[in-house]
Write a protein that binds this ligand. Structure first.
Ligand code: BTN
Length: 239
């Protein structure tokens, strides 16, 4: 059982988890907040974190997996969250490589993975009960409530996600990368045959996805027939 530290409010569960990791908190420790005042998204973006509208937490993971396995850890976290959200809502989830969880093509959950203080910090945000989003997010974000009409209890969703993380990280630790890579390819509509464009640090590359390599990076077959590996996020449909 993981120790779970709930807070009414934090700037970000990432910074509190980093502080706990630095003071030796064990594998599995969870920091969760009802509200974040400075929620962090990927690529320096903010993560909207109103009270009780969503689930906001970071789990400290001290893994046997070596640093080169981190991209696969990221995929395993995405699989865990997608499965957990389907389990609590009955709704089908998609995963946009590496680990944006999509519901009806819109983002319902995001994962921020950082390596700090010798531990992996897995920061997970889930949109649960939002009735609407600010205009700039309206066309790209959704919540479980918007798709189902039900309210969700953050602590219950947290419990389901933690169980699935244990399962998937356990699988990676016991059996290596292969099973996670295969599961990801089965679970993500972005893994194979999807026309996408990717912002590679200012250079936009377009192509059709062609599975994952053995490290968990996304293979892209470009218009000129050449292959390129996508090493970081920023993948979007190329219409
Ligand atoms: C993304 O941009 O897709 C990742 C979003 C991650 C948000 C979560 S909410 C809990 C944890 N604390 C943060 O400040 N960020 C992560």
């Amino acid at each position: 059982m993981s120790a779970i530290f709930w807070h009414d409010e934090l700037p970000s569960t990432m910074s509190e988890a980093a502080r706990l990791a630095a003071s030796g908190a064990p594998h599995g420790t969870v920091v969760a907040a009802r509200r974040q005042t400075a929620g962090q998204g990927r690529h320096g973006k903010r993560w909207a974190s109103e009270a009780d509208a969503g689930l906001y937490f970071t789990q400290i993971m001290r893994l046997k997996a070596a640093v080169p396995d981190l991209p696969v850890v990221t995929l395993a976290l995405g699989l865990a969250v997608a499965e957990a959200l389907t389990a609590v809502s009955g709704l089908p989830m998609d995963i946009r490589w590496p680990n944006d969880i999509l519901l009806r093509e819109r983002k319902v959950s995001g994962i921020l993975t950082q390596f700090e203080e010798g531990a992996v910090l897995a920061g997970i945000g889930v949109n649960l009960n939002q009735r609407a989003f600010p205009e700039e997010l309206e066309s790209i974000a959704t919540s479980l409530w918007m798709a189902s009409g039900w309210d969700y209890e953050p602590a219950k969703v947290l419990e389901e996600i933690l169980g699935k993380i244990e399962l998937h990280i356990g699988l990676l630790d016991r059996e290596g990368r292969g099973p996670i890579l295969r599961l990801f390819e089965q679970s993500s509509s972005y893994a194979m045959g999807r026309r996408v464009e990717v912002d590679m640090g200012g250079r936009v590359v377009r192509g059709v996805t062609h599975g994952l390599d053995e490290s968990g990076f996304l293979r892209l077959r470009k218009e000129d027939g050449m292959y390129e590996l996508v090493l970081a996020g920023g993948v979007r449909p190329w219409l």
